[in-house]
Design a protein around this ligand. Structure first.
Ligand SMILES: [Ca+2]
Ligand SMILES: [Ca+2]
Length: 138
């Protein structure tokens, strides 16, 4: 019994240490990214000046169209000036979610080919991809 007890407690220690190590790794790995993201969204982000690590700054706290709460340019947007003014361009081949449904990368964008000149999917067309490819059919 004196030999078995240390062996058992060693086994128990390993059984506890293994999952504990995994749990610590799981907590530690996403940790720094979250902290950085939080800092980026709360310190200099929102002061209207594009600081180090920022892609845009619209001078307001929180997410605004085109510029996220952590001062990153949203997909499909272009930002200029400080404070940033962010806009989408129909025809650049990149779909801005919520604003554009499709974008065929046309200059100028044309209608009646599946994706309208204001980047809306036209009736009886199906568009996919960036730039969008549109085919007739529901
Ligand atoms: Ca800033
Ligand atoms: Ca676009």
């Amino acid at each position: 019994m004196n030999v078995l007890v240390p062996g058992f407690s060693n086994g128990l220690r390993h059984a506890v240490a293994g999952p504990l190590l995994v749990a610590l790794l799981l907590v530690a790995l996403p940790g720094p990214a979250c902290v950085l993201d939080w800092d980026g969204g709360s310190s200099l982000c929102g002061n209207g000046v594009i600081d180090s690590g920022e892609e845009c700054d619209d001078g307001q706290a929180g997410a605004k169209e085109g510029c996220s709460a952590s001062c990153k340019i949203d997909h499909g947007y272009h930002c200029v000036n400080e404070p940033s003014v962010c806009t989408t361009t129909c025809g650049d081949g990149i779909i801005a979610p919520g604003v554009e449904e499709c974008d065929q990368e046309q200059s100028p964008p044309t209608s009646y080919d599946g994706c309208s000149a204001d980047c809306r999917e036209e009736p009886n067309w199906t568009c996919s991809g960036e730039p969008s490819t549109c085919v007739p059919g529901l």
